[in-house]
Design a protein around this ligand. Structure first.
Ligand code: PFF
Length: 450
């Protein structure tokens, strides 16, 4: 057990789990999908999903991982039996790890490019539309994307090679609080800008025309993605945990931190969009096209810009590390490979898989679409909106209906001062989460009207 590695402290574990949750999903993805979905309902459903699905499912992942002390595939094998169909859930988690990290690394590469742009003062003295054009140039530049994708994957592999304690835990401890602080400063700027009033109504006023099955599914997908749920990342982190940790409290803290950063990011970005007359639905480039405009405007902005993109890079790294860890832990636990071989091989395959996403804005691939989406969006849609919520649904069915309640109860209560919450939790896992998720899927595939 110890040869797999363990967290050194409860705090270290919580920060690493929060490090997995807080990432590009909060700062890059939430604002842009909120924009493309018209705000309002999207945020409301996202918040409800965090509370009603995310929080209980995070506890569920920790319960399963800590109980078996092994990777997602091993967990289902151990608890459901070798040939059980539930083992497919573990496989789907590993597949989702491959897919998500392949394009996640491309976006993380953009943060590195923006670190360089900030260091070289590329935003100072420029008009907002010139600053925005910088992103378009990067997106269309295949070799540059490929370069940063390579660098980012190499760094991620290096951290995971370091193992659970030294590599993952250490890097989370310093960077997370700093990111929070910097976002708070940017929100402070937003509060005093012209766009703040419109931001509040855009984010909090639901408009009926923006409610559709697609919006609901994307909001739920975003909650899963942002909290790193549905593919066994939290399960894997739970497997390195000792029995003294309170799983309910830990999950609550991680959910609060993640949602806090996500909302801060929206309040940092939307005021700029509205005060500059920009479109909230600009898509994946949104953060990169908006925040530099503020940096070019603020005294000391170029220093803040460097700091911000470095922190965003670290937020991406701690999440990427958890994605690679899911894949590598499969080979380590199930194939008894050593960490080095498992990490290098998984990292290489993911790197190769990411090449089409890295080139998706270039001349070579920009015209290639699959069901109306480019390669990059297809990967994201498949993983976030389908695989993660389906993985979550399968997990609730397994935990709620297949696993003996003596097992779930004793693992839930171990180390916890919240044992009294077991009944509400298991009710949510048995009924609320599976019924809610199934309805959304039935709507989405058109079986319940739309
Ligand atoms: N939660 C991460 C983010 O918000 O950027 C992304 C992620 C990490 C998703 C790990 C899934 C996962 F297993």
């Amino acid at each position: 057990m110890t040869s797999r590695g363990m967290w050194t402290s409860r705090m270290g574990f919580i920060l690493a789990a929060a490090g997995s949750a807080v990432g590009l999903g909060n700062v890059w993805k939430l604002p842009y999908v909120t924009g493309t979905n018209g705000g309002g309902y999207f945020i409301l459903i996202y918040l409800v999903a965090v509370l009603a699905l995310g929080f209980p499912i995070m506890i569920a992942e920790f319960v399963l991982g800590r109980n078996t002390g092994t990777s997602p595939v091993g967990t289902y094998r151990k608890l459901a039996g070798k040939g059980s169909p539930f083992v497919v859930l573990g496989w789907m988690g590993v597949a989702a790890g491959f897919i998500i990290l392949s394009y996640y690394s491309v976006v993380a590469g953009w943060t590195l490019h923006y670190v360089i742009l900030s260091i070289t003062n590329a935003f100072t003295g420029r008009e907002p539309n010139e600053i925005r054009a910088l992103f378009g140039d990067l997106y269309a530049h295949g070799p540059l994307n490929l370069f940063w994708h390579t660098i980012f994957m190499a760094i991620t592999v290096a951290v995971v090679l370091g193992g659970v304690q030294k590599g993952i835990e250490r890097s989370s401890k310093i960077m997370m609080p700093l990111l929070f602080l910097l976002l708070a400063i940017l929100v402070g700027y937003g509060v005093f800008s012209d766009g703040f009033g419109r931001t509040v109504s855009f984010i909090f006023l639901p408009k009926a025309e923006n409610l559709s099955a697609k919006t609901v599914l994307e909001a739920i997908g975003q909650a899963f993605f942002s909290l790193s749920l549905g593919m066994g990342a939290m399960l894997t982190y739970g497997s390195y945990l000792d029995k003294k940790v309170d799983l309910v409290r830990s999950s609550l803290l991680v959910c609060l931190m993640d949602t806090g950063v996500a909302l801060l990011a929206c309040f940092a970005i939307f005021p700029i969009i509205f005060s500059h007359g920009l479109e909230p639905s600009a898509g994946p480039g949104l953060v990169f096209q908006t925040l530099p405009v503020v940096f070019s405007d603020l005294p000391g902005g170029s220093v803040l810009a460097v700091l911000f993109f470095i922190l965003l890079f670290f937020a991406a790294l701690t999440s990427a590390v958890s994605l690679l860890e899911v894949v590598a832990s499969y080979f380590i636990d199930e194939r008894t490979w050593n960490r080095r071989r498992a990490t290098l091989l998984s990292g290489t395959i993911i790197f190769l898989l990411g090449i089409p996403s890295a080139l998706s804005g270039s001349d070579l691939l920009s015209s290639v679409t699959i069901l109306g989406r480019n390669v990059f969006d297809t990967m994201d849609n498949l993983a976030s909106n389908w695989m993660l919520p389906l993985g979550g649904l399968g997990m609730t069915l397994f935990l709620g209906w297949r696993l003996p309640s003596t097992v779930s109860r004793s693992e839930f209560c171990l180390g916890s001062r919240h044992s009294g919450m077991y009944r509400s939790w298991i009710t949510c896992i048995r009924y609320v989460a599976p019924i809610g998720l199934s309805l959304v899927f039935l709507y989405q595939i058109g079986l319940l009207g739309s």
